[in-house]
Write a protein that binds this ligand. Structure first.
Ligand code: FMN
Length: 349
């Protein structure tokens, strides 16, 4: 597609400060993020993000087209940066063996080791897809985009966000050309966006991370992690960061594609607490404590994404069982409401 003068005139670079509701709907891979959730979040004045993680590039292109077909123009896509270190074959093999009986009880045949070792989550094809569709905002998790990728996105006036968990990573992201940062504190649901899968994620509080990064970098910031109530959003804004990113708060909304067993567990008194675990994917993530975590947490190696693919078939086969599937959730999970995401965004605005 050639760019016409008209395109150029219509295209303004996204700026967080232009949101009428200073709320980002977190990208949530694995089902919760849908074109409908993005559309509703944007209509409510926030920024909606599709989650590209685990999808094929064709499915991502379909989700982008479905979002654009709703008339939504200013929205984003979140992409996982692939691992650079090779997979530890022996560690994955040992975990595979530990999972075999559990999988067999559920009639699941685990994937062979060779199919697990070179998985880049279709990174290049996903970059092509967002460039082709001229998606206005692209965010990165688990690492930094290369200078080539940054240049391709900036050439089409796409705003680049990077999710970081430390002040050092924040500085590195700004150096490669990030236009804004999502600061992710330790209380958030789902994966921590450390740049190295072997790193133990920082325990620094979100408030302290905000203070440290605000003093050292000069790009707009979004704060994420455990922001479960409007009161907490207010506290964050008092620290000088107007825009909050909410994930868990959206999981039970009408437009989210959260599995029923996951959405129900968030409100079920039988699930009392969240924990950090590598059990499902090999990368540290926060979710409701369940029997799968209790059984496999100590056995799972830090071999993302191989462990994620290894456990994927089990999770698909047991999609109704909250003690087998991953129930990603932030510490404020009990505050998640069954409502329209438009109401959620309005409450946090
Ligand atoms: C179910 C779920 C899936 C997530 N998937 C992603 C993802 O694909 N990419 C990403 O950058 N963050 C992901 N996250 C993390 C969120 O972006 C955000 O940091 C987190 O939800 C904020 O904390 P909160 O859940 O307490 O609001 C996910 C979180 C959850 C709960």
């Amino acid at each position: 597609m050639t760019q016409t003068d008209n395109d150029l005139q219509e295209r303004t670079v996204f700026d967080l400060r232009d949101l009428t509701s200073p709320v980002v709907g977190a990208p949530m891979a694995g089902g919760p993020s849908t074109p409908a959730l993005v559309e509703t979040t944007v209509r409510a004045g926030g920024l909606g993000l599709l989650a590209a993680g685990y999808l094929t590039s064709e499915k991502l292109a379909d989700d982008i087209a479905a979002t654009q077909a709703t008339g939504t123009r200013v929205f984003g896509v979140n992409i996982f940066v692939p691992e650079t270190r090779p997979t530890d074959r022996a560690a994955v093999s040992a975990f595979r063996s530990a999972l075999v009986p559990f999988a067999a009880e559920r009639d699941v045949v685990l994937p062979e080791l060779d199919g697990l070792l070179d998985d880049d989550d279709h990174y290049d094809a996903k970059i092509d897809a967002v460039v082709e569709a001229r998606v206005p905002v692209v965010t990165f998790t688990f690492g930094l985009p290369s200078a080539t990728v940054v240049d391709r996105l900036h050439a089409i006036d796409t705003s680049i966000g990077v999710t970081v968990t430390s002040a050092a990573d924040a500085a590195a992201a700004v150096t490669v050309g990030a236009d804004w940062l999502c600061l992710q504190g330790p209380d958030g649901g789902g994966h921590r966006s450390t740049f190295d899968r072997y790193t133990t994620p920082p325990t620094q509080s979100l408030d302290d991370l905000i203070r440290e990064v605000s003093a050292t970098v000069d790009v707009p910031l979004v704060a994420a992690g455990g922001i479960a109530t409007p009161e907490r959003a207010h506290q964050i804004r008092a620290l000088g960061v107007p825009t909050v990113q909410i994930g868990t708060a959206l999981l039970r909304t009408a437009e989210a594609g959260t599995k029923l067993a996951h959405a129900n567990a968030l409100a079920d008194p039988a699930f009392e607490t969240t924990v950090l675990t590598r059990a499902y994917s090999g990368r540290i993530a926060r979710g409701l404590r369940n029997r799968f975590i209790d059984t496999f947490d100590e056995l799972a190696p830090a071999e993302y994404p191989a462990v994620n693919t290894l456990t994927g078939g089990i999770r698909r086969a047991a999609a109704d069982d909250p003690h087998t599937i991953n129930l990603w959730a932030g510490t404020g999970f009990r505050e998640a409401r069954e409502e329209s995401s438009a109401e959620t965004v309005a409450r946090f605005a």
